[in-house]
Write a protein that binds this ligand. Structure first.
Ligand code: UT7
Length: 338
């Protein structure tokens, strides 16, 4: 029997309405548009405010993204068999965000679960979802990646708050015997919790007055340490995946990197000798949406993608968790021009 490949057949996305720009950020913490643009490359970020919707949360962002995906691809919601939600900012510790998205959209025949791998969550979900499709047991599933990091960002800490924004993206994954779609992934995880974590709210330190007073429910990050690991590990992962699939850097149409800092994306591109015009970059207007960055890059660049393009995804996040994946794009994105 011919091998079944998992192909992305559509992309959806959603970013909240409120735009927090660097001028407003400069009224919240001691910073400036100049510093943020030069050191991070972010101009604006979208923030989900309670006023936008009742129950404003990551399931709301993902529901909106999937709604768009279903509308534009015109697939019957009853044919969706699974929903995997990559997020570190679920609505609840339980139940899963996936169960809320499935309920909101009445996906009657889908099962779903959440995956937590910080900013690398969508990359891991791609591997997991591809496995379900390649097994032949599932024909049509949805992968979501997104976060509402504004809920966990300390707006008194100028070293973290300019970086993050809210948003979610999603893809439809289906099976084909044609030689397109998910080809390979190199995924890694090690144990470096100290430089990037949220200390409280989990089983190690449950919520208490003391933890709230100490602002331990917010992201803690040692920026310089994380920066170095991110550049080295993403570059190495991209090199490994390219080499073992016999891809020269001329063969790569697009690098789809996690959007943590434009200097990180540029450093990875430089290290692997890829011209910047082949690198998807949307951090300037969306900031770092954590597990949302990869699908939101596809969402922004979909109209430029052509059938047969070789895409290399790479991501890096807390854990540390990182890796790279190789996917051969399967449709002309211009057919869905917005
Ligand atoms: O997605 C998850 C993974 N996360 C990442 O990949 C993030 C990786 N790290 C980074 O992106 C960068 O390290 C940061 C953006 C977090 C920080 O940039 P940096 O160039 O590494 O700055 P720094 O921490 O070395 O700080 C340089 C200076 C310091 O002042 P002094 O000590 O030199 O006087 C900071 O206090 O910049 C100061 N600074 C700021 N100044 C104005 C830090 N944040 C700000 C700010 N505005 N927002």
């Amino acid at each position: 029997m011919d091998k079944i490949h998992a192909v992305i057949t559509g992309v959806g996305g959603y970013v909240p309405k409120y735009i927090l720009d660097n001028d407003e950020m400069s009224t919240i913490v001691d910073t400036s548009d100049e510093w943020i643009m030069e050191r991070i490359g972010v101009k604006t970020r979208h923030i989900l405010k309670p006023e936008e919707a009742q129950g404003a949360s990551v399931s709301y962002l993902m529901t909106k993204a999937v709604e768009e995906l279903l509308a534009k691809t015109q697939v019957d919601p009853d044919t969706i068999e699974a929903v995997i939600c990559a997020t570190s900012t679920p609505d609840y510790l339980l139940p899963s965000t996936a169960s809320l998205v499935i309920g909101n959209l009445n996906l009657k025949h889908a099962f779903g679960f959440d995956m937590e791998a910080a900013c690398a969550g969508f990359l891991y979900a791609l591997q997991m979802g591809a496995g379900l499709i390649e097994s032949g047991r599932y024909k049509r599933i949805i992968l979501c990646g997104g976060d509402m990091l504004s809920a966990f960002t300390n707006y008194e800490d100028r070293t973290t708050c300019p970086i993050f924004g809210d948003g979610a993206g999603c893809v439809l994954l289906e099976g084909t015997t044609e030689p397109y779609g998910f080809m390979d992934a190199y995924l890694r995880t090690d144990s470096h919790p100290d430089p990037l974590h949220i200390a409280a709210g989990g089983s190690r330190k449950t919520s208490s007055h003391d933890s709230v007073d100490a602002r331990e429910h917010f992201i803690y990050q040692e920026g310089r340490v994380v920066f170095k690991f991110a550049v080295t590990n993403m570059s190495d992962a991209v090199e490994i995946i390219a080499k073992r699939n016999n891809l020269t850097f001329d063969d790569i149409a697009w690098l789809v990197p996690h959007q943590a800092n434009v200097r990180i994306e540029q450093a990875v591109a430089r290290r692997i000798n890829l011209p910047e015009e082949k690198v998807m970059i949307n951090i300037e207007h969306l900031a770092n949406t954590s597990a949302g960055t990869l699908p939101l890059c596809l969402w922004d660049y979909e109209s430029k993608l052509k059938k047969g393009d070789n895409l290399i995804f790479t991501a890096f996040g807390a854990g540390f968790s990182w890796g790279a994946a190789y996917l051969k794009w399967s449709y002309d994105g211009s057919k869905y021009s917005k």
